[in-house]
Write a protein that binds this ligand. Structure first.
Ligand code: TXA
Ligand code: MG
Length: 351
């Protein structure tokens, strides 16, 4: 964990009364937003299809996109799944609570609603203290909370309670679409969980559907097999859509060597471009400097994208991070944030 992340965690506090009220709201079929170590989630009782439907409506998310079920530490995964390979048990043992989601065959009594009709279920046990307290309070620790990231479909995921409120404005508050937002400070990891598909292990082996903080290598170290990249037949995951995690302003990724020249050209055209960078560019403004190492970068990247949108810039230039395994999660999110913006700099310079 980065220093900034540990400070944020130390500051994280949700009063026991708030946790109890949030658990009761979930049990009553309402939506509650809550912090996890990756990003904030928008939760509903996973076994209540009407409650899960409210998540889709609030997010504007297509009905056939499955959501992840969050469970308390020590939860019985056999309750949710019909087939748990040894590899899954080993990973649970090693990485839970933590930012790893496993896709497994869904148990027959688990509603279709959580998995968008697929015969699998995504399940994870988050490590944020507030999330763990909430999951322990909800149905006495025996329930599951279905929760996608607490943002409108396609937008940047929230890493603070304020980000969630900024996404949903007056939809938050008792009697509204979202009953409450539990505040747990800044999410320590900052990008969404690693998703590993183990539902077709015998035929396809382990498949990495979304890279994250827990790397393919770390998974291989535990199960003895390196996960593969997804192919066409892999299950749908909205986090694997080409365009996702996108701020309002277009995003362009640029090599370090092109930045100064591009900024100068855009300025000449009177364009308001912002820069997100990890090497120093003293003249750049508005800008956010992120740490030049992948964990610290991931911790800050979504907040940086949101900050740029708040300043209403026309274009967000992002210094392309290094490649390499440790940067995979960050590069994956930035590539999707930038999808659709190909040629944007040229267009800005022409007009
Ligand atoms: O870190 C995270 O995973 C955060 C926090 C809140 O836990 N959640 C999150 O949820 O990122 P969401 O819904 O924004 O992204 C979950 C991804 C989606 O791409 C979804 O399609 C995929 O997980 N997913 C969930 N269940 C699945 C399943 N049964 N099969 C395939 N993909 C699944
Ligand atoms: Mg999401």
């Amino acid at each position: 964990m980065t220093d900034a992340a540990s400070r944020a965690l130390a500051a994280a506090a949700a009063a026991p009364a708030d946790i109890a009220a949030a658990a009761a709201a979930l049990e009553a079929g309402a939506l509650v937003a809550f912090p996890t170590e990756t990003v904030y989630g928008l939760g509903a009782d996973a076994e209540n299809p009407a409650a899960v439907a409210k998540i889709y409506a609030a997010k504007g998310r297509p009905q056939d996109h499955p959501v992840i079920v969050h469970v308390a530490p020590g939860a019985d995964i056999d309750y949710w799944t019909s087939e748990v390979p040894d590899a899954a048990r080993a990973l649970v043992q090693h990485f839970w609570p933590g930012p790893l989601t496993l896709i497994l065959k869904r148990n027959t009594h688990i509603p279709d609603a959580v998995s968008g009709g697929q015969d699998t279920v995504g399940i994870r046990c988050p490590s944020h203290p507030v999330a763990m307290q909430l999951l322990q309070a909800f149905k006495g620790g025996k329930g599951g909370v279905a929760a996608p990231s607490a943002n409108k479909f396609g937008n940047v995921s929230p890493t603070t309670a304020q980000h969630v409120r900024d996404e949903f404005h007056d939809e938050v508050g008792q009697g509204n679409v979202i009953d409450s937002v539990l505040d747990g400070g800044s999410s320590q990891v900052g990008i969404e969980s690693t998703i590993l598909d183990l539902s077709r292990l015998a035929t396809h082996g382990p498949v990495l559907l979304r890279p994250g903080h827990i790397s393919a290598q770390q998974i291989a170290d535990v199960i003895g097999v390196m996960p593969r990249q997804p192919d066409q037949a892999a299950p749908r995951a909205s986090g694997t859509l080409e365009s996702h995690y996108a701020p309002k302003a277009p995003v362009a990724l640029l090599p370090t060597g092109d930045i100064e020249k591009t900024l100068a050209q855009l300025k000449l055209q009177g364009r308001c471009a912002a820069l997100i960078h990890y090497t120093p560019f003293p003249g750049a403004h508005p800008n956010v400097a992120l740490p030049a190492e992948p964990k610290g970068y991931a911790y800050g990247v979504y907040a940086a994208l949101r900050a740029m949108d708040q300043q209403q810039v026309e274009l967000i230039l992002v210094e392309a991070p290094p490649t390499g395994d440790a940067w995979l999660g960050v590069n994956d999110r930035l590539r999707r944030a930038a999808f659709g913006s190909t040629g944007i700099i040229e267009r800005f310079l022409k007009t």
